[in-house]
Design a protein around this ligand. Structure first.
Ligand SMILES: [Zn+2]
Length: 321
Protein backbone atom coordinates (compact mmCIF):
# COMPACT_ATOMS: atom_id res chain seq x y z
CA UNK A 1 0.00 0.00 0.00
CA UNK A 2 1.38 3.40 -1.03
CA UNK A 3 1.06 5.20 2.26
CA UNK A 4 4.13 7.21 3.22
CA UNK A 5 4.49 8.26 6.85
CA UNK A 6 6.04 11.62 7.66
CA UNK A 7 7.60 11.54 11.08
CA UNK A 8 7.83 14.87 12.89
CA UNK A 9 9.57 15.55 16.19
CA UNK A 10 7.88 14.67 19.51
CA UNK A 11 6.41 11.36 18.33
CA UNK A 12 4.00 12.93 15.90
CA UNK A 13 3.44 11.24 12.54
CA UNK A 14 1.45 12.63 9.62
CA UNK A 15 -0.30 10.45 7.09
CA UNK A 16 -2.33 11.30 4.03
CA UNK A 17 -6.07 10.66 4.38
CA UNK A 18 -6.28 10.09 0.62
CA UNK A 19 -9.24 12.44 0.51
CA UNK A 20 -10.14 13.32 -3.13
CA UNK A 21 -6.47 13.22 -4.12
CA UNK A 22 -3.08 13.04 -2.41
CA UNK A 23 -1.92 16.07 -0.44
CA UNK A 24 -5.38 17.38 0.50
CA UNK A 25 -6.07 16.13 4.04
CA UNK A 26 -3.77 14.96 6.82
CA UNK A 27 -4.30 12.70 9.79
CA UNK A 28 -1.96 12.95 12.79
CA UNK A 29 -0.87 10.07 14.98
CA UNK A 30 0.50 11.15 18.36
CA UNK A 31 2.29 8.48 20.37
CA UNK A 32 2.98 8.62 24.09
CA UNK A 33 4.19 5.76 26.30
CA UNK A 34 3.10 3.06 23.86
CA UNK A 35 -0.37 4.54 23.40
CA UNK A 36 -1.84 6.43 20.50
CA UNK A 37 -4.06 9.44 19.95
CA UNK A 38 -5.40 10.04 16.46
CA UNK A 39 -6.14 13.65 15.52
CA UNK A 40 -8.48 13.98 12.52
CA UNK A 41 -9.81 10.81 10.94
CA UNK A 42 -10.24 11.63 7.27
CA UNK A 43 -13.27 9.81 5.84
CA UNK A 44 -14.38 6.19 6.18
CA UNK A 45 -12.23 5.53 3.09
CA UNK A 46 -9.15 6.71 5.04
CA UNK A 47 -9.40 3.95 7.66
CA UNK A 48 -7.29 1.31 5.80
CA UNK A 49 -4.45 3.86 5.54
CA UNK A 50 -4.70 4.49 9.26
CA UNK A 51 -4.50 0.75 10.01
CA UNK A 52 -1.48 0.40 7.75
CA UNK A 53 0.22 3.35 9.46
CA UNK A 54 -0.43 1.95 12.94
CA UNK A 55 1.12 -1.37 11.91
CA UNK A 56 4.15 0.35 10.39
CA UNK A 57 4.62 2.31 13.62
CA UNK A 58 4.40 -0.88 15.69
CA UNK A 59 0.95 -0.32 17.19
CA UNK A 60 -2.30 -2.26 17.14
CA UNK A 61 -5.85 -0.99 17.21
CA UNK A 62 -5.89 -1.83 20.94
CA UNK A 63 -3.30 0.91 21.56
CA UNK A 64 -5.55 3.72 20.33
CA UNK A 65 -6.83 5.67 23.36
CA UNK A 66 -8.34 8.77 21.78
CA UNK A 67 -9.76 9.76 18.42
CA UNK A 68 -10.06 13.54 18.12
CA UNK A 69 -11.58 15.29 15.11
CA UNK A 70 -11.09 19.08 15.34
CA UNK A 71 -14.64 19.52 14.05
CA UNK A 72 -17.35 17.44 12.46
CA UNK A 73 -16.85 18.34 8.78
CA UNK A 74 -16.47 14.97 7.15
CA UNK A 75 -12.92 15.30 5.83
CA UNK A 76 -12.02 15.59 9.56
CA UNK A 77 -14.56 13.33 11.28
CA UNK A 78 -16.13 11.13 8.60
CA UNK A 79 -14.04 8.10 9.57
CA UNK A 80 -14.62 8.43 13.33
CA UNK A 81 -17.45 5.86 13.56
CA UNK A 82 -15.46 3.25 11.65
CA UNK A 83 -12.31 3.91 13.67
CA UNK A 84 -14.11 3.60 17.00
CA UNK A 85 -15.59 0.33 15.84
CA UNK A 86 -12.17 -1.21 15.19
CA UNK A 87 -10.33 0.43 18.10
CA UNK A 88 -12.10 -1.12 21.12
CA UNK A 89 -10.36 0.99 23.81
CA UNK A 90 -10.71 4.32 22.03
CA UNK A 91 -12.82 7.27 23.13
CA UNK A 92 -13.97 10.06 20.87
CA UNK A 93 -13.13 13.58 22.08
CA UNK A 94 -15.32 16.19 20.45
CA UNK A 95 -16.54 19.80 20.66
CA UNK A 96 -19.77 20.19 22.69
CA UNK A 97 -21.64 21.33 19.57
CA UNK A 98 -20.48 18.31 17.59
CA UNK A 99 -21.23 15.47 20.01
CA UNK A 100 -24.91 14.90 19.16
CA UNK A 101 -24.06 14.64 15.46
CA UNK A 102 -21.44 11.98 16.07
CA UNK A 103 -23.91 9.94 18.16
CA UNK A 104 -26.69 10.31 15.59
CA UNK A 105 -25.19 11.36 12.26
CA UNK A 106 -28.48 11.63 10.30
CA UNK A 107 -28.58 15.45 10.30
CA UNK A 108 -24.87 15.75 9.59
CA UNK A 109 -25.29 13.42 6.64
CA UNK A 110 -28.25 15.42 5.29
CA UNK A 111 -26.47 18.75 5.80
CA UNK A 112 -23.32 17.57 4.03
CA UNK A 113 -25.37 16.13 1.20
CA UNK A 114 -26.94 19.56 0.71
CA UNK A 115 -23.46 21.03 0.16
CA UNK A 116 -22.00 18.32 -2.10
CA UNK A 117 -25.05 16.76 -3.78
CA UNK A 118 -25.98 13.11 -3.11
CA UNK A 119 -23.84 11.45 -5.76
CA UNK A 120 -20.63 13.22 -4.79
CA UNK A 121 -21.47 12.75 -1.11
CA UNK A 122 -21.75 8.96 -1.47
CA UNK A 123 -18.51 8.76 -3.38
CA UNK A 124 -16.58 10.96 -0.95
CA UNK A 125 -17.98 9.80 2.35
CA UNK A 126 -19.93 6.55 2.06
CA UNK A 127 -22.17 6.01 5.12
CA UNK A 128 -21.54 7.50 8.55
CA UNK A 129 -21.46 5.08 11.48
CA UNK A 130 -23.05 6.29 14.73
CA UNK A 131 -20.90 6.30 17.90
CA UNK A 132 -22.19 5.03 21.25
CA UNK A 133 -22.82 7.88 23.65
CA UNK A 134 -20.73 6.35 26.47
CA UNK A 135 -17.64 6.48 24.26
CA UNK A 136 -17.98 10.21 23.58
CA UNK A 137 -16.07 12.75 25.69
CA UNK A 138 -16.99 16.41 25.34
CA UNK A 139 -14.13 18.92 25.45
CA UNK A 140 -15.19 22.39 26.54
CA UNK A 141 -12.94 25.40 26.01
CA UNK A 142 -9.88 25.06 28.26
CA UNK A 143 -10.36 21.33 28.89
CA UNK A 144 -7.07 19.52 29.45
CA UNK A 145 -6.73 15.88 28.48
CA UNK A 146 -3.98 13.92 30.20
CA UNK A 147 -2.85 11.53 27.50
CA UNK A 148 -0.41 9.31 29.39
CA UNK A 149 1.30 12.32 30.93
CA UNK A 150 1.11 14.40 27.78
CA UNK A 151 -1.26 17.33 28.22
CA UNK A 152 -3.52 18.24 25.31
CA UNK A 153 -5.45 21.48 25.82
CA UNK A 154 -8.63 22.21 23.89
CA UNK A 155 -9.36 25.70 22.64
CA UNK A 156 -12.77 26.71 21.33
CA UNK A 157 -12.14 28.32 17.93
CA UNK A 158 -15.26 29.47 16.07
CA UNK A 159 -14.93 31.23 12.71
CA UNK A 160 -14.66 28.27 10.37
CA UNK A 161 -17.29 26.23 12.24
CA UNK A 162 -19.10 26.64 15.56
CA UNK A 163 -18.22 23.02 16.41
CA UNK A 164 -14.48 23.61 16.01
CA UNK A 165 -11.73 23.37 18.60
CA UNK A 166 -7.98 23.39 18.21
CA UNK A 167 -5.62 21.31 20.33
CA UNK A 168 -2.49 22.67 21.96
CA UNK A 169 0.13 19.99 22.57
CA UNK A 170 2.28 21.08 25.51
CA UNK A 171 5.10 18.70 24.66
CA UNK A 172 5.78 19.97 21.15
CA UNK A 173 4.44 23.49 21.78
CA UNK A 174 2.44 23.01 18.62
CA UNK A 175 -1.23 23.37 17.78
CA UNK A 176 -3.42 21.04 15.76
CA UNK A 177 -5.34 23.74 13.94
CA UNK A 178 -7.99 21.86 11.94
CA UNK A 179 -9.35 24.47 9.53
CA UNK A 180 -8.95 27.51 11.79
CA UNK A 181 -5.57 28.41 10.39
CA UNK A 182 -6.42 27.99 6.73
CA UNK A 183 -5.15 25.75 3.97
CA UNK A 184 -1.51 25.46 2.88
CA UNK A 185 -1.13 22.75 0.28
CA UNK A 186 2.43 21.54 -0.18
CA UNK A 187 2.18 21.63 -4.00
CA UNK A 188 2.09 25.41 -3.76
CA UNK A 189 4.88 25.86 -1.24
CA UNK A 190 8.38 26.73 -2.40
CA UNK A 191 11.74 26.60 -0.70
CA UNK A 192 11.14 30.02 0.82
CA UNK A 193 7.42 30.30 1.27
CA UNK A 194 4.10 28.72 2.06
CA UNK A 195 0.96 29.54 0.11
CA UNK A 196 -1.85 29.83 2.64
CA UNK A 197 -5.46 30.96 2.47
CA UNK A 198 -8.61 30.78 4.59
CA UNK A 199 -11.36 28.21 4.31
CA UNK A 200 -14.90 29.60 4.49
CA UNK A 201 -16.81 26.33 3.97
CA UNK A 202 -20.58 26.46 4.83
CA UNK A 203 -22.37 27.06 7.09
CA UNK A 204 -20.74 28.91 9.99
CA UNK A 205 -18.10 31.15 8.41
CA UNK A 206 -17.66 34.32 10.44
CA UNK A 207 -14.64 36.48 9.55
CA UNK A 208 -14.44 38.34 12.86
CA UNK A 209 -14.62 35.12 14.85
CA UNK A 210 -12.02 33.52 12.58
CA UNK A 211 -9.58 36.39 13.11
CA UNK A 212 -10.06 36.37 16.88
CA UNK A 213 -9.69 32.58 17.03
CA UNK A 214 -6.39 32.92 15.15
CA UNK A 215 -5.21 35.60 17.57
CA UNK A 216 -6.27 33.41 20.50
CA UNK A 217 -4.04 30.62 19.15
CA UNK A 218 -1.14 32.96 18.53
CA UNK A 219 -1.13 34.19 22.14
CA UNK A 220 0.08 30.68 23.02
CA UNK A 221 3.25 31.37 20.98
CA UNK A 222 3.13 28.06 19.15
CA UNK A 223 6.31 26.80 17.53
CA UNK A 224 4.40 24.70 15.03
CA UNK A 225 1.00 24.59 13.44
CA UNK A 226 -0.21 21.16 12.43
CA UNK A 227 -2.63 21.95 9.62
CA UNK A 228 -5.09 19.39 8.39
CA UNK A 229 -4.70 20.76 4.87
CA UNK A 230 -1.76 20.01 4.83
CA UNK A 231 0.99 19.05 7.27
CA UNK A 232 3.14 21.12 9.60
CA UNK A 233 4.05 24.76 9.05
CA UNK A 234 5.71 27.39 11.21
CA UNK A 235 3.66 30.45 12.15
CA UNK A 236 5.97 33.08 10.69
CA UNK A 237 4.86 36.71 10.35
CA UNK A 238 4.64 36.20 6.58
CA UNK A 239 2.32 33.21 6.96
CA UNK A 240 0.05 35.03 9.42
CA UNK A 241 -0.10 38.17 7.25
CA UNK A 242 -0.90 36.12 4.15
CA UNK A 243 -3.71 34.25 5.86
CA UNK A 244 -5.28 37.43 7.27
CA UNK A 245 -4.99 39.06 3.85
CA UNK A 246 -6.95 36.18 2.33
CA UNK A 247 -9.78 36.55 4.87
CA UNK A 248 -10.04 40.26 4.05
CA UNK A 249 -9.92 39.58 0.31
CA UNK A 250 -12.63 36.90 0.49
CA UNK A 251 -14.89 39.18 2.54
CA UNK A 252 -14.41 41.98 -0.02
CA UNK A 253 -15.21 39.63 -2.88
CA UNK A 254 -18.39 38.51 -1.10
CA UNK A 255 -19.39 42.10 -0.38
CA UNK A 256 -18.97 42.98 -4.05
CA UNK A 257 -21.77 40.48 -4.73
CA UNK A 258 -24.50 41.93 -2.56
CA UNK A 259 -27.00 41.44 -5.38
CA UNK A 260 -28.60 38.19 -4.29
CA UNK A 261 -29.71 37.09 -7.76
CA UNK A 262 -29.42 33.69 -9.43
CA UNK A 263 -25.85 32.48 -9.85
CA UNK A 264 -24.19 34.40 -7.03
CA UNK A 265 -22.22 31.38 -5.81
CA UNK A 266 -20.79 30.92 -9.30
CA UNK A 267 -19.80 34.58 -9.55
CA UNK A 268 -18.08 34.53 -6.16
CA UNK A 269 -16.37 31.26 -7.08
CA UNK A 270 -14.88 32.79 -10.25
CA UNK A 271 -13.61 35.84 -8.39
CA UNK A 272 -12.02 33.67 -5.69
CA UNK A 273 -10.24 31.62 -8.34
CA UNK A 274 -8.98 34.77 -10.06
CA UNK A 275 -7.71 36.21 -6.79
CA UNK A 276 -5.94 33.03 -5.72
CA UNK A 277 -4.33 32.54 -9.14
CA UNK A 278 -3.16 36.16 -9.00
CA UNK A 279 -1.61 35.59 -5.57
CA UNK A 280 0.06 32.40 -6.79
CA UNK A 281 1.56 34.31 -9.73
CA UNK A 282 3.45 36.42 -7.20
CA UNK A 283 5.21 33.32 -5.84
CA UNK A 284 7.91 31.08 -7.28
CA UNK A 285 5.52 28.15 -7.57
CA UNK A 286 6.19 26.39 -10.87
CA UNK A 287 3.03 24.28 -11.04
CA UNK A 288 1.31 24.60 -14.47
CA UNK A 289 -1.88 26.68 -14.60
CA UNK A 290 -4.14 23.67 -15.24
CA UNK A 291 -2.86 21.91 -12.13
CA UNK A 292 -3.21 25.06 -10.05
CA UNK A 293 -6.84 25.40 -11.08
CA UNK A 294 -7.51 21.74 -10.41
CA UNK A 295 -6.02 21.98 -6.93
CA UNK A 296 -8.00 25.14 -6.09
CA UNK A 297 -11.35 24.27 -7.73
CA UNK A 298 -13.03 22.46 -4.81
CA UNK A 299 -11.99 25.08 -2.25
CA UNK A 300 -13.17 27.94 -4.48
CA UNK A 301 -16.54 26.25 -4.76
CA UNK A 302 -16.86 25.46 -1.05
CA UNK A 303 -15.57 28.90 -0.06
CA UNK A 304 -18.06 30.55 -2.44
CA UNK A 305 -20.93 28.54 -0.94
CA UNK A 306 -19.80 29.50 2.57
CA UNK A 307 -19.50 33.18 1.68
CA UNK A 308 -22.98 33.09 0.13
CA UNK A 309 -24.40 31.59 3.34
CA UNK A 310 -22.58 34.27 5.33
CA UNK A 311 -24.03 37.06 3.11
CA UNK A 312 -27.51 35.58 3.48
CA UNK A 313 -27.11 35.56 7.26
CA UNK A 314 -26.14 39.25 7.20
CA UNK A 315 -29.04 40.04 4.85
CA UNK A 316 -31.44 38.35 7.26
CA UNK A 317 -30.06 40.37 10.18
CA UNK A 318 -30.57 43.61 8.23
CA UNK A 319 -34.15 42.64 7.45
CA UNK A 320 -34.82 41.87 11.13
CA UNK A 321 -33.34 45.17 12.33
ZN1 LIG B 1 -13.94 22.21 7.93
Amino acid sequence: MKNPLTRLANNITVIDAHYVQRGIASIYIVAQNKKVTIIETGTAHSVPYMLDALTKLGFTTNDVEYVIPTHIHLDHAGGAGDLLEICPQAKLVIHPRGAAHMIDPAKLEAGTMAVYGEEKYRKLYGTLKPIEEQRVMIAEDGFELDFNGRILRFIDTPGHALHHFCIYDQQSEGIFTGDTFGLAYKVFSTKNSEFIFATTTPVHFDPDAMLSSMDKLLTLNPKYLYLTHFGMIEPTDAVIAQLKQSINAFVKIAQSEKDNSEGRVGRIEQKLMQWLLGQLDKTECDLPLGDRKKMLATDCNLNAQGLDVWLKRLEKQVRKA
